[in-house]
Design a protein around this ligand. Structure first.
Ligand code: C5P
Length: 421
């Protein structure tokens, strides 16, 4: 398995020289390290040092100048399991707290969604300043881990608090964060290659619930909100995929960048829309929709009245079409990769694995909305990716947007641009 990636950001203090040692320790500990440096940091240490230590290009500005290939700085933020700013100057702490994005490091910080560690290092008066204290408090409140500066000899000639924590202590914080962070391995050393996997791919995504009408006003539905499917569609489109999103009734608007957006209501309509989208040509199908398994046998044109239904009502239901089993599989074109979803409440991985086999999926995303911390709609969630050989990825507790992003990274890493695997 590829090493978890760490984004190491270096800002401009004399302690930048100690950041080289941190890179060394991270690499030795088995992390795949990507380094970004502010302009001030580059006055203390050359990007070449970090390039050699990390064996990867160093992000030095927003414009990819001085690089043989342009670096997509947002991809540097996306592809990493943990990010660390060491040393973190008073300036970068202020920018991070305020959400400024006017250089490579502050921009990465704003784009990054995973666990973040900061290791401040500065003159003791700057560290004591109420502004710096407030900025650190604000970051802590947002869940940022602060590796406290140590007391010792400072470059300005005093013995005081403000010295960068020992690189070993920062490494320990990164290792602790990585244990609980989603694993987002980066293949072949290139984060851009993972993103590039999706460029031009024809991706069909289904999302949301279906509504199965009982009469003119009532229907059978489920609690799906469509957030996950919409996040996958949005992320794939942002990576250059040609996305068709087929959505059941949800409160969400079509994400930016999708080529096709089809609204459906029932399982039958969803099946027809999937059939049509696949006939037009597709490389990937993500069946994230929570398709109703049963629909009323008869639909009343008007409103059924309580008076005629009586005190107890037995509603006759029929199975809806199994879209994967009955629509996709019978005339599945070669090259189509199918990613199914299995929402389970108990024995999640076992049941998902069974579903993968039974429905002929290439991959299945398993999740349990009743697990602690998970649920429907927005908020923290957790998902597992399985293939025929078993579990491939555990997202860890994360937002659905971040899980969608990690899922596309992982699938890209597993399948490769040339269609291998
Ligand atoms: O509902 P179930 O857990 O069996 O769903 C597993 C997968 O099958 C999901 O990807 C879902 O979108 C898909 N499905 C389907 N047709 C149905 C019900 C579910 O293709 N009628």
């Amino acid at each position: 398995m590829a090493a978890p990636a760490v984004l190491q950001m270096v800002t401009g203090g004399i302690a930048a020289y100690k950041a080289c040692w941190l890179t060394r320790l991270l690499v030795q500990a088995g992390f795949s390290v990507r380094v970004a440096m502010t302009a001030a940091a580059q006055r203390f240490v050359s990007p070449l040092t970090f390039r050699v230590l990390s064996q990867h290009p160093v992000a030095t500005d927003l414009w990819g100048e001085g690089q043989t290939q342009p670096l997509d700085h947002i991809e540097y933020a996306r592809g990493c399991a943990v990010a660390v700013v060491a040393p973190a100057t008073a300036n970068i702490l202020a920018k991070a707290a305020a959400g400024l994005a006017d250089d490579i490091v502050s921009t990465l910080l704003l784009a990054y969604e995973g666990p973040l560690i900061v290791a401040p290092a500065m003159n003791d008066a700057m560290l004591r300043h109420p502004a710096t204290r407030a900025n650190l408090a604000c970051l802590r409140q947002r869940g940022v881990i602060v590796v406290e500066p140590a007391e010792g000899f400072l470059a300005c000639g005093t013995h005081a608090e403000g010295r960068l924590a020992a690189p070993e202590a920062i490494l320990a914080a990164v290792e602790a964060a990585a244990r609980t962070a989603p694993v987002r391995p980066v293949p072949d050393g290139s984060v851009a290659a993972v993103a590039d996997r999706w460029a031009g791919q024809r991706v069909v995504v289904t999302a949301g619930p279906t509504h199965e009408p009982i009469d003119a006003v009532r229907y059978i539905a489920n609690r799906s909100t469509g957030v996950f499917g919409f996040a996958i569609a949005a992320d794939a489109a942002a990576r250059g995929a040609r996305v068709t999103l087929i959505a059941g009734p949800t409160a969400l608007d079509a994400p930016a960048g999708v080529e096709g957006f089809v609204r459906v209501r029932t399982a039958e309509q969803l099946a027809a829309a999937v059939r049509e989208a696949l006939a037009a040509g597709a490389d990937w199908l993500f069946m994230a929709a929570a398709v109703a398994d049963y629909a009323p046998e008869q639909v009343e044109m008007g409103k059924l009245r309580k008076e005629s239904l009586g005190t107890s009502w037995n509603l006759a239901l029929r199975r809806t079409p199994d879209i994967l089993g009955d629509v996709v599989n019978p005339d599945r074109k070669e090259g189509l990769r199918v990613v199914g979803f299995a929402l389970e409440t108990g024995e999640v991985l076992e049941r998902a694995a069974k579903k993968l086999k039974a429905k002929g999926m290439d991959f299945v995303v398993a999740n349990d909305p009743t697990a602690p911390g998970a649920g429907f709609g927005d908020g923290v969630h957790r998902a597992w990716l399985l293939g025929p050989a078993g579990q491939l990825w555990d997202s860890g507790p994360s937002s659905k947007r971040a899980i969608a992003c990690g899922l596309l990274d992982r699938l890209a890493a597993l399948t490769g641009k040339d269609g291998a695997a």
